[in-house]
Design a binder for this molecule. Structure first.
Ligand SMILES: [Zn+2]
Length: 135
């Protein structure tokens, strides 16, 4: 019997099995699944990471994502919404600022709220794969 079998909530429990590659862990996280097993849910609710995976008992709550997902989401949304506004002069010529600015803000808000949970999942996979736990 291994040491971790007696402690199902031990942090290294899921790591004793074959540890997935970095890309696999990130992909599982992007699907909002446990980066260790890909089966259990990684989130309860919108952005709250579960304390432990309900399938493999990996303590996902120990892996902090902090502000990383927000930065990555802002970079992606900025490139999708803001960059095209500056690239295509015709957008500025056809629409008045009174319409362009509020509609851009609405699109950025909706896109940010839609992307953030998936980006956080991917970030959780990254942090988990590198073993960066809270102290
Ligand atoms: Zn799991």
């Amino acid at each position: 019997m291994s040491k971790n079998a007696s402690e199902p909530n031990a942090p290294e429990h899921a790591m004793t099995a074959e540890k997935p590659t970095l890309m696999t862990a990130i992909k599982r996280g992007l699907n909002r699944r446990c980066p260790a097993c890909g089966e259990g849910r990684a989130f309860k609710g919108y952005l709250k990471v579960v304390d432990a995976c309900d399938h493999c008992h990996t303590p996902l709550g120990l892996y902090p994502c902090d502000d990383g997902p927000a930065y990555v989401t802002m970079i992606i949304v900025g490139h999708i919404v803001i960059a095209p506004l500056f690239m295509f002069d015709s957008v500025f010529m056809h629409y008045p600022f009174e319409i362009l600015i509020p509609s851009s803000i609405a699109v950025m808000g909706a896109l940010t709220l839609w992307l953030l949970p998936y980006i956080k999942g991917g970030f959780l996979g990254l942090v988990w794969r590198h073993g960066l736990k809270q102290r």
